[in-house]
Design a protein around this ligand. Sequence first.
Ligand code: NAP
Length: 249
Amino acid sequence: MTDKVVVITGGSRGIGRAAALAAAARGFRVVVGYASNEAAAKEVVAQIEGKNGKAIAVKCDVGSEADILALFKAADEFGTLGALVNNAGILGKSGVRVDEMSAERIQQMMAVNVTGSILCAREAVKRMSTRHGGKGGVIVNLSSVAARLGAPNTYVDYAASKGAIDSFTIGLGYEVAGEGIRVAGIRPGLIDTEIHAAGGEPDRAHRLAHLVPMKRVGSAEEIANAIVWLISDEASYVTSAILDVSGGR
Ligand code: NAP
């Protein structure tokens, strides 16, 4: 158990929501970031408080540096930062080939999935690194098996953004390994959340379940279990590592 603060971007729905509930159950004070769905974020906070946990909801579009600075300011007022879960991520419309992609789509993808994650990590390192007087901590970055598979004819831009996250996880992990900070990535496979609807294919995970060696989709809770393990001291020798949680896919 811990009384440290964990910042979870996109903590209002899907994997981030499950991670928020799981982290609170382990004693973390949870900062639930959300982009626009305030009601969902407040529901997560209410669930945590209903079990005597501590949580706050903070609006933060990770595509905005000003929002990110405000998120970490709110976290500072809530307690000592011990972990960041870079979970917020977007998909573009599925089935768009690279030769049909607009610059706006690609820029938005990279701004949210890549730049947003790097800027959140910057703020977390400033607070947690022993180089800056901090007490150490953990950063978990949500990647995707798409980083390995490339997602051809589906969303190569998204896959590329997650490939960048994998490189970032490895590099940042080395950079801060001597400063008390561990950095790890998770590559989820087909997980049953609303992100597929955002890509225009609500049934995508179930439709492709037969391609998974375990022949089923995963749940947000199964990813959250890996997240809370990585931010716990049980994973104390894990850094610059990326864990596939994908049923073998
Ligand atoms: P989701 O169900 O669509 O939930 C997305 C969450 O991120 C929501 O809390 C949403 O906030 C927030 N969000 C969206 N855009 C944001 C932005 N610009 N700034 C800040 N927050 C933003 O997604 P999910 O399936 O849980 O995915 C979570 C992470 O896992 C993502 O990084 C995704 O790429 C990765 N992943 C998912 C799967 C999968 O199959 N589901 C597979 C591999 C990797 P609001 O509620 O305010 O909209």
